[in-house]
Design a protein around this ligand. Structure first.
Ligand code: SF4
Ligand code: SF4
Length: 59
């Protein structure tokens, strides 16, 4: 089975709407001004954030 990867963040696409932060079930995402932080110790690779992002900044 292919190993799941962490979501990839494209900062040039991000609109800083905060939707991904709100949807993450384990609070692994944090938006600070214009930077999105992913805590890889918390992330369970559920990919909910990639689905909710309206601009495709998370893949
Ligand atoms: S993949 Fe899931 S657990 Fe990881 S940051 Fe996105 S929403 Fe949170
Ligand atoms: S959902 Fe997408 S556009 Fe909104 S803050 Fe997250 S990465 Fe940026």
């Amino acid at each position: 089975m292919e190993e799941k990867r962490f979501p990839e963040f494209k900062s040039d696409l991000c609109a800083y709407c905060g939707a991904c932060v709100a949807v993450c079930p384990v609070l692994a995402l944090d938006l600070k001004e214009t930077k999105l932080f992913l805590d890889k110790n918390k992330c369970i690779k559920c990919m909910s954030c990639t689905k909710i992002c309206p601009v495709g900044a998370l893949k």
